[in-house]
Ligand binder design. Sequence first.
Ligand code: SAM
Length: 247
Amino acid sequence: MATYDTLGATYARTRQADPRIAAQIHAALGNATDVINVGAGTGSYEPPRTVLAVDPSQVMLAQRPPGSAPAVQAVAEHLPLRDNAADAVMALLTVHHWPDVAAGIRELRRVARRGIVILTWDQRIFRERFWLVREYLPEAAAFDDTRAIPTDRLVDMLGGARLEPVLVPHDCTDGFGAAYWRRPHAYLDPRVRAGISLFAQTGEDVITPGLTRLADDLTTGRWQARHPELLTLETIDVGYRLLVTDL
Ligand SMILES: C[S@@+](CC[C@H](N)C(=O)[O-])C[C@H]1O[C@@H](n2cnc3c(N)ncnc32)[C@H](O)[C@@H]1O
């Protein structure tokens, strides 16, 4: 069973494409006339020119909105597609779930004619700049250390890529790991956590002590006293990166 068949049951509830991040992804796709989305899940960020979505999880594919691009159940490591199948291939917030990243990237290069766009994060930046994992959930940061793919390794596998920082707006509509950086109470909500694989895969029992401490700090005002600067920011760079390769 694909991991997201258990993790992804309520994904579409909290993970809606953020329009500002969508604009950046679509700009990175340039003038590609057709796009394949690998690790597509529920279809967030797919531009209208998407011709195919690929994902191993039936539970995720079942949450694609009516009218989305056709989808096939498969893994990145074995794409059921011919060479040079589309102008561009995108893979968003997914490479860290692939059992064999090198094989998956080789497949992206094989099926893309002109460009590849990957959204991922730089774990060294993330664990240092994102207050939640730095101050409350070091166990989650340690788990991410084991699964994050270093961006320079990805760049090597891609044969080169341009890195663009992806800033997270304070009201980000896509509830991924750091989306609620200025809305700390959200992390106390199990429905929010259910849409973030970092929490599900680290384990509720492991993160409960840190979340209890966060709840306490929010009640006493300690969190607010320690992070006055956050409340003045509109966006934050905690390490999310677009890797853009022109073939
Ligand atoms: C965090 S979700 C991202 C979904 C979507 N790209 C988005 O941005 O909302 C990660 C997705 O990667 C998929 N995935 C896991 N292993 C995979 C693999 N080996 N090949 C392709 N996709 C995979 C999961 O099923 C899940 O749908």
